[in-house]
Write a protein that binds this ligand. Structure first.
Ligand code: THU
Length: 141
């Protein structure tokens, strides 16, 4: 996917910054996300784990839920970074299936997913590539 007008490096920087706030005492895997709205605002998110593991919330969903609960409904891109807590990311952190589904609910075809190891090492995808043939609101209307 093309970078176009997406401020990729700023979003990655914001995700790396957010990641410092990750609450991951069980997995020891810290994730940060930075979600860009159509209006140019950035909402950060981190993974928030729980002793009851299933109650854990991923970084991407934290960012989306923060934004949606503030009234945001249109989004351009999300940057995601993840790796062992206290260490720099060494791999791309791809969003889990549940997060892909949540992204689809609030975005259209050209929503850009950025997975990064650093501000200079990243990959861009359209959500369509990560969630082809997804189930969405149109399916049930
Ligand atoms: N995690 C995320 O924050 N985002 C993802 O898309 C995948 C996984 C978190 C959840 C959990 O806290 C840790 O990574 C290990 O699974």
């Amino acid at each position: 996917m093309q970078e176009g007008k997406i401020p990729v490096k700023e979003l990655i920087h914001s995700a790396l910054d957010a990641r410092k706030m990750s609450y991951a005492p069980y997995s020891g895997y810290a994730v940060g996300a930075a979600l860009l709205t159509d209006g140019g605002k950035v909402y950060q998110g981190v993974n928030i784990e729980n002793a009851s593991y299933g109650a854990t919330n991923c970084a991407e969903r934290t960012a989306f839920f923060k934004a949606v609960s503030e009234g945001e409904r249109s989004f351009k891109a999300i940057a995601i970074v993840g790796g062992l807590s206290g260490e720099e990311p060494v791999d791309y952190a791809y969003p889990c299936g549940v997060c892909r589904q949540v992204m689809q609910e609030f975005t259209d075809n050209d929503f850009c997913v950025i997975v990064a190891k650093s501000v200079s090492d990243y990959q861009l995808y359209k959500l369509d590539e990560l969630l082809p043939y997804g189930f969405g609101g149109k399916s049930i209307r």
